[in-house]
Design a protein around this ligand. Structure first.
Ligand SMILES: *Cc1c(COP(=O)(O)O)cnc(C)c1O
Length: 471
């Protein structure tokens, strides 16, 4: 194979997982066949034989696990391909009835009145911001513990993201820190249900109501997650979802806006179709394009893939919840391992990722980097997750643009003072020191798989002193 072929394959593999916004371990990037239906059914019933006396795999010992993890996304030709083939053979590939069917089924799945399918989650947020009239000169509150896809659309509207620190126990935006960040410019808040764990919506909604803030939920990682049996994405003025390849409902690329507000959804529809008339966005026939829009339409074949995936989403979500609860119960007693906490009123999470905090003091001071390497060597791929988003150069690049220079007083655009004002120490600790993630596909396996994860962590804890010399 030629050099350029190799690098293109590498690029595609990397690119297909960029939605995670994190560097993933090589084992997850390894070639995995798509369309192996045995993945969910062929489960190991017992964990591999295991001894704590075995040296760490990083030092040449036998790894705890050698079996493959469930691959992602799943594709089951016999049940997934019929509608997709019909679409392809019909020649109707641009937006039509299949996209409308997907929208109706997605709205029903989350319990929203309306849903609009768009090209991706980032543009779902972009469209929602634009149609809720978030513009240059406004401030939008966001958590720093998120994917860039939350923040990029804020800057694209000309608004300024203002970062509110997170609660390290839940990894979510900390409601107690919101009000201190509100100024006369603050117009909106984007709570992110990050990692697929619900944010504290009751408290966030109360603060938003008091200060008349628009609420756009970034539910891009939180398909079918619930607070008091109500699906996330349906609490705010709008909820935004992503169907990128890594997400719990994977289409490759895709997104959706959900809302109960017909006038808003009609405007979003019009916006995603060049501002052409739709519903309440209507004018004199022949008057032309009505609102400032763009083009964000999903294709029919993407919708057919989404409909196939949607059939499995509920059962998969149950499996992830069951395995996550089991794994959490097993690892929380290992010193130095602090799994996520869910708020009391959470009735279901999505577990796009399974997070815990790693306290190196309990591992003889072993760095998180070496812990991650050692765990990965045991056959348990993991990552350190997000880097700090609230001090990266893209912010200053926006601030130096002509639009921002015209829209804000000079002092607001001073990058050093911006970074100071947006300092989030809890987030810094998660990103730079403590967070460790497992990806959602690992939670689709068996209970024995979860036992192996716990065994591997226990093994590293036992042998931490021997790993100290590793880099
Ligand atoms: C994936 C993601 C997005 C963006 O969705 P895309 O479909 O990748 O554009 C936004 N926010 C969060 C939290 C995400 O995980």
């Amino acid at each position: 194979m030629s050099q350029s072929n190799v690098s293109r394959r590498e690029f595609l593999k990397q690119n297909s997982l960029t939605g995670l916004g994190a560097i993933l371990t090589p084992s997850l990037l390894a070639d995995t066949p798509v369309g192996t239906p045995e993945i969910v059914t062929k489960r190991s019933i017992k964990p591999a034989p295991f001894s704590l006396a075995e040296p760490p795999a990083l030092l040449g010992g036998k790894p705890v696990r050698t079996a493959q993890w469930p691959t992602w996304p799943l594709w089951k030709p016999e049940q997934d391909e019929k509608q997709l083939l019909e679409v392809i053979r019909s020649g109707i590939w641009s937006r039509g009835n299949v996209v409308s069917e997907f929208e109706a089924k997605w709205a029903a799945a989350v319990g929203a009145k309306r849903s609009l399918a768009v090209v991706n989650g980032t543009n779902a947020i972009m469209a929602a911001l634009a149609q809720l009239d978030i513009r240059g000169g406004d401030e939008v509150l966001v958590p720093p513990y998120t994917f860039i896809g939350t923040v990029a659309p804020v800057l694209a509207t000309g608004a300024m993201p203002i970062f509110v620190d997170v609660d390290p126990e839940t990894f979510q935006i900390d409601p107690a820190k919101i009000e201190a960040k509100i100024t006369p410019r603050t117009k909106a808040i984007i709570p992110v249900h990050i990692l697929g764990l619900p944010a504290n919506m009751p408290q966030i909604l109360a603060i938003a109501k008091k200060h008349k803030l628009v609420v756009i939920e970034d539910a891009c990682q939180a398909h079918l997650a619930e607070i008091n049996h109500q699906k996330v994405g349906t609490f705010g003025h709008a909820g935004c979802f992503s169907f990128q390849n890594s997400k719990n409902l994977a289409i490759g690329e895709g997104g959706a806006i959900v809302s109960n507000d017909d006038a808003f959804m009609d405007r979003c529809f019009s916006y995603h179709n060049y501002g052409n008339p739709y519903g309440m966005v209507s004018g004199v026939i022949g008057a032309g394009t009505l609102i400032q829009g763009t083009k964000l339409r999903l294709t029919e074949y993407q919708a057919a893939i989404g409909l196939a995936q949607l059939k499995r989403l509920d059962a998969e979500t149950t499996t992830r919840n069951t395995n996550a609860a089991y794994l959490k119960a097993k690892i929380k007693s290992i010193p130095g391992i602090v799994p996520y906490k869910l708020y009391d009123d959470v009735t279901r999470a999505a577990f796009h990722l399974f997070p815990f905090r790693y306290k190196k003091e309990a591992f003889k001071g072993l760095s998180r980097e070496v812990f991650i390497k050692a765990l990965t060597a045991e056959g348990i791929p993991c990552s350190k997750g997000y880097a700090t988003l609230n001090n990266m150069p893209y912010l200053n690049d926006a601030f130096q643009s002509k639009n921002f220079q015209k829209m804000y007083p000079r002092a607001m655009l001073n990058f050093n003072s911006y970074v100071e004002r947006n300092h989030c120490p809890q987030n810094d600790r998660l990103c730079n020191e403590e967070a460790v993630w497992f990806t959602q596909n690992m939670l689709l396996g068996s209970q024995a798989d979860m036992d192996e994860i716990a065994n591997a962590i226990e093994k590293i804890h036992t042998h931490a002193d021997k790993l100290l010399s590793q880099k």
